[in-house]
Design a binder for this molecule. Structure first.
Ligand SMILES: Cc1cc2nc3c(=O)[nH]c(=O)nc-3n(C[C@H](O)[C@H](O)[C@H](O)COP(=O)(O)OP(=O)(O)OC[C@H]3O[C@@H](n4cnc5c(N)ncnc54)[C@H](O)[C@@H]3O)c2cc1C
Length: 389
């Protein structure tokens, strides 16, 4: 076992969790990895992978027992994100989005909401998290979707863009502004919208550089009528819900990026151990070894920080936004760097679609953009040092 395998190992987890992670790793390295190139080339949603993950009851690992789940630690969840994303980044983000969109309901939903909506998710439902709008990206507080109370219902009007799982979700967690609370961030409200609600429509499915098997959609809400009972928390509490949920989703996005990085590193190392030039294997050139040392040590440090953040979450820490930003920033920059170097180490063959590194490079790019662009994370980290006088 090399030092990277040691630091990525799930051996520290409780036995039951380690067994589940082992099953997910086996599925990922087997069937999911084998199907990845075909799904990417076809741009087709990987239903086979979703079915296989559901056969392991994988959504259940983040859903309380009372609603049909079998909860595990956050560390175990991150191990699964990493393994699935290393095999097929599209499948990784599809599954992780279920967690990102459902976790606020688990943590903050009413008993009635959880009893009504969580069993479907525990049985393998898909979920979507709807924040971004055409003119509200990095600054989500600029969102313009309106929610208007009318007796027992809420009327939703507006549009969301770039929504992962947008055309396949059973449950949508939608953020918008509550009529009567003004136009600022104090009006932001979180609302649970079920599949098939009249007025919710998929406007467009995006044609993307990477993650081509996951679906990314523009959605419209036109006079969309949702039961008032589906408001998560109280009107106006949406921003607090959003910020809290980012502390859980950003480490997950980092694990996803590290999965891509790990796959690219493994492919590069395997290739340069075989490929010879000037009578030597590429891996024997000292300049290449220096590069491997830099990439592997950076990866080890990112993984160590991943488990540090996982521990904070499992211990119930709330004040961990900067820790999560450091992780998201470094993991995604590393994914892009390793994927780029992996293509370089394959020479011209790295540019050819037959080689997995070509896909990994395309998949890596978005990790620097979503869940807060890396410029935004640099600002959040830097701003944390400003003394409040
Ligand atoms: C494949 C994919 C899947 C996605 N999935 C989801 C999803 O499921 N749900 C969801 O809600 N959203 C999702 N998104 C949206 C994603 O989170 C946004 O694209 C991201 O937050 C950036 O917003 P934007 O694209 O509007 O860029 P903009 O905010 O317009 O940024 C453009 C550029 O300006 C920079 N910039 C912006 N503000 C500042 C500043 N203050 N200082 C310095 N630089 C700045 C940015 O860093 C970026 O480089 C997804 C996007 C993609 C492409």
């Amino acid at each position: 076992m090399d030092f990277l395998e040691r630091i990525a190992s799930a051996a520290d987890l409780p036995r039951e969790e380690a067994l589940l992670v082992g099953s997910v790793q086996a599925l990922a390295r087997g069937k999911i990895a084998e199907r990845a190139q075909g799904y990417d080339a076809a741009g087709e949603f990987p239903w086979d992978n979703v079915r296989d993950l559901n056969a392991l009851g994988l959504n259940g690992m983040f859903i309380p027992e009372a609603y049909g789940g079998a909860p595990c630690s956050y560390a175990a969840y991150l191990h699964c994100v990493l393994a699935i994303s290393a095999a097929c980044a599209s499948t990784g983000v599809i599954w992780a989005t279920n967690f990102h969109a459902t976790k606020p309901l688990i943590d903050l939903g009413s008993e009635e909401q959880k009893r009504r909506l969580l069993p479907r998710m525990a049985q393998g439902g898909l979920a979507a998290l709807c924040i971004t709008e055409p003119s509200a990206g990095s600054d989500a507080t600029g969102m313009a979707t309106r929610m208007t109370a009318r007796g027992d219902t809420v009327r939703v009007n507006g549009g969301k863009t770039f929504i992962t799982n947008g055309d396949v979700a059973d449950l949508y967690l939608v953020f918008g502004k509550w009529e009567g609370l003004g136009d600022g961030k104090q009006a932001i409200t979180a609302l649970l919208v079920e599949k098939g609600t009249p007025g919710l429509a998929v406007v467009r499915k995006e044609d993307k550089m990477g993650h081509r098997a996951s679906s990314t959609c523009a959605l419209s809400f036109e006079e969309c009528l949702v039961p008032r009972a589906n408001v998560l928390g109280q009107p106006g509490e949406g921003l607090a819900i959003l910020l809290r949920s980012l502390n859980r989703s950003r480490p997950s996005v980092a694990a996803h990026a590290l999965g891509i990085a790990r796959a690219a590193f493994e492919d590069a190392v395997a290739y340069i151990n075989e490929r010879k030039q000037s009578g030597k294997r590429i891996v024997e050139f000292q300049g290449i070894q220096f590069l491997l040392a830099d990439l592997a040590s950076e990866m080890a440090l990112c993984l160590a920080w991943l488990w540090h953040v996982a521990r904070l979450v499992d211990e119930g820490a709330n004040d961990m936004g900067v820790d999560a930003s450091v992780l998201k920033l470094r993991a995604s920059d590393l994914a892009m760097r390793i994927a780029t170097e992996a293509v370089q180490l394959h020479g011209g063959y790295g540019y050819i679609a037959d080689n997995r590194v070509e896909r990994l490079l395309r998949d890596a790019k978005i990790t620097q953009i979503w869940e807060g662009t890396n410029q935004l994370h640099r600002q959040l980290i830097g701003r944390s040092f400003v003394a409040h006088r």
